[in-house]
Design a protein around this ligand. Structure first.
Ligand SMILES: Cc1cc2nc3c(=O)[nH]c(=O)nc-3n(C[C@H](O)[C@H](O)[C@H](O)COP(=O)(O)OP(=O)(O)OC[C@H]3O[C@@H](n4cnc5c(N)ncnc54)[C@H](O)[C@@H]3O)c2cc1C
Length: 478
C-alpha cells in the first residue's frame, strides 16, 4: 500500500457515483468531456510520485516501509515543516497553482486532525480512533479527497446568527445502530466529481446552542455512497486543444453542490457529533487551519510567480519591457509574489511545537497571506488585462496556422521578439489566465475558497495581539 499510479486513481473513479452536469447524469467521469481531462491531469500528477525526479520531494517512507505522500507526514520538527512546504510548492508548480485542489490540500487537514486526535476525545463524544483509522486508510490508500464545509443559506438573517434551517442545510435526521442518517445540502465540493471520498466537516460558524446540535458533526464517506448526489456548475473545459486553451483544457477541477438524500454515515466514519462548540473550534484547536494555510500559501506563491512570468513575457514580446510605466505595472505583481514568499518564509522558519507535540508553521504570517491574496488576485488579472489589451483578443486558433488564412496569420500576428505562433500561444495563455470563463472561476475561487472573507478577516482581528499595539499608543499619550 502507499502511493497510487494515475491509472489506479482513474480506475477507482469508475463506480456508480451520482454526478449531474449540464442536465445529465454522468456515466463515467473519466470519459465525460466536462471533467475527464482534469481527472487525467491529476492522474499524471499522481504518477509523478513514482518518478525519481520528484519522489524524494513529494513522498516519504513510513514506519511500515510504505511510500506515502509528504502531505501526510506528521511534522515533528521545523525541518519536517519545511519538507512539507517544499512538497506543496512542487505540486502547485505543475499547474502554476491553477489546479487549486490537488490532494495535498485535504491531506494537510486529515493529517492535522489525526495528529491532534486527542482533541476528538474531549467533547461529548470520543471519535479519536475513527480519525486515526481514517488517516491511515486515506494515507496508505493514497485517496483523493474533496470537502464541503458550508451550508446553503435560505435567509441571511439566520446565517448571520449562526443558525440554519433544515429545509436546505445538512442535518442529522436519525441515529441507528450502524450510524447517523443525514439529509440536506452542502456547498461547495471542488474536485467533488473526481474525488474518491468527501469530508463533511463543521460549517463556518455554528451558534453553540441546542438548536444547532443536528447540524454539528464531522464525517467522511466515499463519493459513491447511496443517496449522495453532486450537482455541478457549467464546465469550463470546452474541448479545445492545449494550444487554444492551455489552462482550461488541463486544469478543470469542477465544483459541485452536494445533496444528501437520507445518507447513512457509518459510526466508524464519524469524527465529531452533537457538540457545536467543539465543531466551531476544531480547525483552530487541531491547527488544521494552519497546516491548510501552509499548503495554500505555497500554492499561491507558485501562482503569483506564474503571473509575474506571464506579464514579463508579454512585455518582452514587443520590447515594452524597456518602458518605465510597464516596469512599474509588473513590479506590482512582483510585490505580490515576494510578499507571499516572505510570509511563507516567516511562517516556516518560525515553526514551533504545538500542544499536541506536532510542529506547526507560525500562524500570523500565513494568516496574513491567506487574507491578502484574495484581495490581490483580482489585481493580477487586471494587470494582465491592462498590459494585454487588444492582444488578448488577437487570438486566432491553432487551426488558423494550417488553413487558408495561415499566411495572413503568420504575417500579421508577429511581434518584435516572437513569431506569430509563439505570440498567439502566449496571449492565448494570458487570455485563459485572466479573461476566459476559466479565469473568472479562478478569480471567484481565490476570493472565497478558504471561507467568507469577512469572517476570515474578523477572525484575524480577534487573534491579533492588539494589546501590544495599544500599549505603544498609550505610551505615546503618556
Ligand atoms: C470556486 C469556489 C470553490 C469553492 N470550493 C469549496 C470547497 O471545496 N469546499 C467548501 O467547503 N467550500 C468551498 N467554497 C465555498 C466557500 O467556502 C464559500 O463560498 C464561502 O465560505 C462563502 O460562503 P457563501 O457563499 O455561503 O456566502 P456567505 O454569505 O459568505 O456565507 C457563508 C456562511 O458564513 C456565515 N456568515 C456569513 N455572513 C456572516 C456574518 N455577517 N456574520 C456571521 N456569520 C456570517 C454564515 O454561516 C453563512 O452560512 C468554494 C467557493 C468557490 C467560489
Amino acid at each position: 500500500m502507499g502511493i497510487r499510479t494515475g491509472k489506479e486513481y482513474l480506475d477507482g473513479l469508475r463506480d456508480d457515483r451520482d454526478i449531474w452536469i449540464n442536465g445529465d447524469r454522468i456515466e463515467d467521469v473519466t470519459k465525460h468531456p466536462a471533467v475527464c481531462r482534469g481527472a487525467h491531469t491529476l492522474g499524471e500528477f499522481l504518477d509523478r510520485q513514482h518518478n525519481l525526479k520528484y519522489q524524494d520531494k513529494i513522498t516519504y517512507l513510513d514506519e511500515d516501509g510504505d511510500r506515502c505522500a509528504t502531505s501526510f507526514l506528521i511534522p515533528k520538527s521545523e525541518k519536517d515543516v519545511q519538507r512539507r512546504g517544499a512538497s506543496f510548492y512542487e505540486w502547485a508548480s505543475w499547474s502554476a497553482g491553477m489546479f487549486g485542489r490537488t490532494p495535498d490540500y485535504k491531506n494537510a487537514s486529515v493529517m492535522s486532525f489525526a495528529a491532534a486526535n486527542a482533541f476528538l476525545g474531549k467533547g461529548e463524544t470520543n471519535f479519536s480512533e475513527n480519525m486515526v483509522n481514517f488517516y491511515n486508510e486515506i494515507r496508505k490508500g493514497d485517496k483523493v479527497l474533496t470537502h464541503t464545509l458550508v451550508n446553503p443559506q435560505k435567509n441571511f438573517d439566520l446565517a448571520k446568527q449562526g443558525k440554519f434551517t433544515d429545509e436546505v442545510a445538512l442535518h442529522v435526521v436519525k441515529e441507528t445502530d450502524t450510524g447517523i442518517i443525514v439529509k440536506g445540502a452542502r456547498l461547495l465540493a471542488t474536485l467533488g466529481p473526481t474525488a474518491d471520498e468527501i469530508e463533511v466537516f463543521p460549517s463556518t460558524l455554528l451558534k453553540a446552542s441546542p438548536d444547532n446540535i443536528p447540524f454539528a458533526f464531522a464525517f467522511a464517506i466515499p463519493i459513491a455512497t447511496k443517496g449522495l448526489k453532486m450537482i455541478c456548475r457549467d464546465p469550463y473545459d470546452h474541448g479545445k486543444s492545449n494550444f487554444d486553451a492551455p489552462l482550461s483544457s488541463r486544469f478543470e477541477e469542477m465544483d459541485a453542490v452536494v445533496v444528501f438524500d437520507n445518507v447513512l454515515v457509518p459510526w466508524e466514519r464519524v469524527f465529531m457529533y452533537r457538540d457545536p462548540l467543539q465543531c466551531n473550534v476544531s480547525f483552530a484547536e487541531t491547527n488544521a487551519v494552519v497546516h491548510m494555510m501552509h499548503q495554500v500559501v505555497c500554492g499561491k506563491l507558485a501562482k503569483a510567480e506564474f503571473f509575474v512570468g506571464l506579464l514579463c513575457a508579454m512585455a518582452k514580446s514587443t520590447n515594452r519591457d524597456k518602458d518605465m510605466g510597464t516596469k512599474g505595472m509588473i513590479a506590482e505583481a512582483m510585490w505580490i509574489a515576494e510578499s507571499q514568499r516572505a510570509m511563507l518564509f516567516a511562517g516556516e522558519n518560525q515553526a514551533h511545537e504545538d500542544k499536541w507535540g506536532n510542529f506547526v508553521p507560525l500562524r500570523r504570517p500565513l494568516d496574513t497571506a491567506r487574507n491578502t491574496m484574495p484581495r490581490n488576485y483580482p489585481r493580477l488579472l487586471e494587470l494582465v488585462q491592462l498590459l494585454g489589451s487588444s492582444s488578448l483578443m488577437a487570438t486566432p486558433c491553432e487551426l488558423d496556422f494550417s488553413n487558408a488564412i495561415a499566411d495572413d496569420v503568420e504575417q500579421y500576428f508577429q511581434v518584435a521578439n516572437l513569431d506569430a505562433k509563439d505570440r498567439v500561444a502566449l496571449f492565448r495563455l494570458a487570455h485563459d489566465a485572466a479573461v476566459s470563463g476559466f479565469a473568472g472561476r479562478q478569480c471567484l475561487y481565490e476570493r472565497f475558497f478558504f471561507g467568507p472573507p469577512a469572517i476570515m478577516a474578523a477572525g484575524y482581528f480577534d487573534i491579533y495581539p492588539k494589546d501590544e499595539m495599544i500599549a505603544k499608543v498609550e505610551t505615546m499619550l503618556d
